[in-house]
Design a protein around this ligand. Structure first.
Ligand code: FES
Ligand SMILES: [Fe+2]
Length: 370
């Protein structure tokens, strides 16, 4: 007899019917009232359009021929086909079917054939605020009134003339965002990386939730792998300590102020997440010598490091989080067992922020009815 182990017996519970914290965490979206990275700038040429998704909402992201970015609801008001199937002309997005033209404000600015009508009807689709920062395009999918209050994280090392080199790494992962947040900050998975040893022997020394942020620190041996160990200056830096933060909805780490990363997640649906990793280093050293790699060479070195070291390392995490997603879908009813207390804290914040969003939506709906 053969048993099909690929097909889950029943779907995991939705948020409202979840029984425990893990089930709730694995079912939620992310609060839309934040800026979310959606694409790397270098992947969208001027005069082109692409589809991005924030928690099941399809968005047409296009770049005018002048290089500026715009985002709008991804459906033509005429027959509801995706505007991302169209083309960019100048500053307008043109639907691929009958050629209706949408301007940057989402207004239908031109209808090629009006069948004798004098004027095009006044119609518009929803637009989203867009910013470009750190080589990434960011969208604000929530309440537009909050765009100024909620900031894109400040990363002074990545701006200005003396900025540190950084080459983003993007992955589309078949896993829920909460599985990814658990993975990147729970250092109990050193075993997975036994070949590269980015962290070794982690002891949790701080674990504190302050507002929407979970702060943690580990005593751990950072960057001791056979290759990475050659580039990290263990003489000069304290590589026995790492601080991390789940700064909802973002995540970051810091080793002695000189080796840092940010992770920006884009939740797509219950089993899909896009991740943008920014790793940056004040400097790396030339292997075998007590000499730093010059600033001008760092971008090239980082490209190589991404390809040869950080990329393969994160591919191990990809394997793990995707396997965990499959495991969860098959065994969502199993008792949740955790050894690292930070995991529970991440999940609590993730669930609370989603609940806040649902409560706000409900209050807004009531206000309209009243
Ligand atoms: S469907 Fe878009 S113009 Fe007709
Ligand atoms: Fe990892």
């Amino acid at each position: 007899m053969t048993v099909d182990t690929d097909a889950p017996p029943t779907a995991p519970p939705a948020f409202g019917s979840a029984d425990n914290l893990r089930q709730r965490a694995r079912s939620v979206g992310m609060n839309p009232d934040y800026w979310y990275a959606v694409e790397e700038v270098r992947n969208v040429d001027p005069g082109s359009v692409t589809e991005v998704v924030f928690w099941k909402q399809s968005i047409a992201l296009y770049r005018s021929e002048d290089g500026s970015f715009h985002a709008m609801e991804n459906r033509c008001l005429h027959r509801q086909i995706k505007l991302s199937l169209g083309e960019v002309e100048g500053c307008r997005l043109v639907c691929g079917y009958h050629g209706w033209e949408y301007d940057e404000d989402g207004q239908v600015a031109e209808i090629p054939d009006l069948f004798g009508r004098k004027q095009a009807p006044r119609l518009s689709v929803r637009t989203y605020p867009v910013q470009v920062r750190y080589g990434l395009v960011w969208i604000f999918p929530g309440d537009p009134a909050l765009t100024d209050e909620r900031k894109i994280p400040e990363i002074p090392e990545l701006e200005g003339p003396g900025r540190w080199a950084c080459v983003p790494l993007t992955f589309d992962l078949s896993a829920h965002h909460s599985i990814i947040i658990d993975n990147v900050s729970d250092f109990s998975h050193a075993y997975l990386h036994r070949q590269y040893r980015p962290f070794d022997g982690a002891t949790l020394t701080r674990h504190e939730t302050i507002g929407d942020n979970v702060h943690l620190a580990y005593e751990t041996r950072v960057g001791r792998g056979r290759i990475s160990g050659l580039f990290v200056d263990h003489e000069r830096l304290n590589t026995n300590h790492m601080e991390l933060c789940y700064e909802y909805p973002y995540q970051r780490s810091d080793t002695d102020g000189e080796i840092k990363h940010w992770l920006f997640v884009l939740p797509i649906d219950e089993r899909t997440t896009r991740t943008f990793f920014l790793f940056y280093f004040r400097s790396l050293k030339i292997p075998m010598l007590p000499v730093r790699i010059p600033r001008w060479a760092m971008t090239t070195v980082l490209r190589l490091a991404n390809r040869m070291l950080i990329g393969p390392l994160l591919s191990q995490d990809r394997w793990a989080v995707e396997a965990e997603q499959t495991g969860y879908e098959h065994n969502w009813n199993a008792a949740p067992i955790e050894v690292n207390p930070v995991v529970r804290s991440f999940q609590q914040v993730t669930v609370r922020k989603w609940q806040e969003h649902l409560d706000q939506e409900e209050a807004a709906a009531k206000a309209i009815d009243a």
